[in-house]
Design a protein around this ligand. Sequence first.
Ligand code: SAM
Length: 213
Amino acid sequence: MPGTGQLYQKIHDLFEQPFVFNAYQSVVDGGKGRQIQKFLRGLPYSSVVDIGCGTGNWSQVSDAAYLGIDTSASFIAGCKKRYADDPTKRFIQADAASLDTTERFDLGMLISVLHHLSDDQVERLLSWLQHTVRYFFVLDLYPIHRNPLSKWLYQMDRGSFIRQPHVQVELLTSRDRFRLVKQGDYFAPTGLYRHTLLLLESARYESNSIDAP
Ligand SMILES: C[S@@+](CC[C@H](N)C(=O)[O-])C[C@H]1O[C@@H](n2cnc3c(N)ncnc32)[C@H](O)[C@@H]1O
C-alpha cells in the first residue's frame, strides 16, 4: 500500500492531467469563469498575460490577445494543442518568479495561483509585473473555517501559501507598485471554496487612473 507521501504524489500527478484538472474544477469549484467575466466587465483591455494559466480556460474570458504562462509542461503542451488553430493565443512554459519578457500587456491575471507562491516569489513577480501591465487581476482562495470537508481539501491543495484576504491585499500593494481599484469575493456553488477577487492598477498609471469598473 502506498504511504502518505506516495499517495500525495499520485494525486499530484493525476491533477497534472488537463482532463482531471478541468473536471475537478467544474464540479467542485465551479462558476469561476462567470465570476471573472462579471468582475472585469467594463475594464478596457485588448491584451492579457495569464500567469499560471493551467489548462488555458481563462483565455476564453475575452477576445483579447492572450499569452498564457505556466511551469507545468503537460498543461502548456495541452494548451498548445487545444488552441493550435487560434493565433491570438500563445503559451510558454516559465516560472512566475523569473519572468523577463519585455512585451507589454493591458492586463495581467493570476487566477488561483497566489497560494502557490511564497512572499519572495510574489515579490519577484510584482517587480516584473509593474513594468509589464497596467491592470492586474488576482483571484485566490481563502480559508473557510467552519467546513471540515473544505478544510481537508485546502490541506490537500498543492499550494502552501493560503492567505487571508487582507494579507493578500497587503502583499500585492506592498512598496506602492500597485493600488487596489476594486475588491470582491464569492463562494463556489458547492460551498467548498471561497475566493477573493482583486483588481489592481500599476502606480505608473496613477496620474490618469480609472475608477472601479
Ligand atoms: C490551481 S492551478 C490554476 C490554473 C488556472 N489559473 C486556472 O484557474 O484554471 C495553479 C496553476 O499555477 C501553476 N503554477 C504554480 N506555481 C507556478 C509558478 N511558480 N509559475 C508559473 N505557474 C505556476 C500550476 O502549474 C497550475 O497550473
